[in-house]
Design a protein around this ligand. Sequence first.
Ligand code: SAM
Length: 281
Amino acid sequence: MLSYQHAYHAGNFADVHKHLVLHAVVDHLLRKSSPITFVDTHSGRGVYPLDAVETQRLGEFHHGALPLWEERHRLADEPLLSAWLEAIAGLQRGGSRLERYPGSPWWLAHRLRNGDRLRLYELHPGEHGHLSQQLLPANAQRIHGDGLAGLIQALPASTPRLCVLIDPSFERKEEYAEVAECVLAAMRKARHGVVLVWYPLLPAGRHHVLLERLREGGLRKIWRSELTLHAPGEERGMYGSGMLVVNPPWGLEERLAAAMARAAPLLDKGCRYSADWWVGE
Ligand code: SAM
């Protein structure tokens, strides 16, 4: 089953959460010169025009990226948020309107250096078609296929460092366990890799399968951050966004806490942010 299309949700509060963590991690990794292989196992389209019919249908960006964009001058004193908003400004075609929102392939590609590598997996033929039309650097490779199997096949990477984003649509309940097994298999092949995993907070609580399996898996450090809209079960549907980072770079916790203290109140329903060490520290 492949019915999920990220265009319906582009730029929502969960994208803001995920892409802020991603931006902070990449930013830290790029401080050292040794090359990095980046892998995006579930890429989506790459860039989302906000006037697209799908994106306009739910208009979720009105409670996500847009309020931050509109407050960008007032947020200019917050280092992570201002860098993140400046990156988004670089994607616009001029003017002061937010017209396009970047997906994870863009967040990974736009700062790629010559020696780095980027592998972008997308299984949905239509979404892969959109991604193929994006202008990306030559060292970004687009692969029409399963990102979890592709990641394991691609390891160990040819570069000294590795950074992976796993951002599934979780259309099948088995995906939580599959993602956990994939992370553990990847870490056996690349012990020092940095792996980011996004997960939805849903009333059924299926993300606990992912979290518990990773806790049992013998990894040394997993940092968790969550952005919640309301208590579980208070309303139908997704009540929050979760992000795990295996082997997080030093200082990530503080950078995100400072940025989220300013960003969360501007997002959907005045989101609440929390973070802790799921494993280690
Ligand atoms: N990472 C994107 C971003 O932040 O902009 C959003 C990705 S969206 C949540 C999930 C995507 O994964 C969808 O485009 C879906 O078609 C794709 N997908 C689902 N199963 C997949 C698989 N096994 N391998 C690769 N892509 C898959």
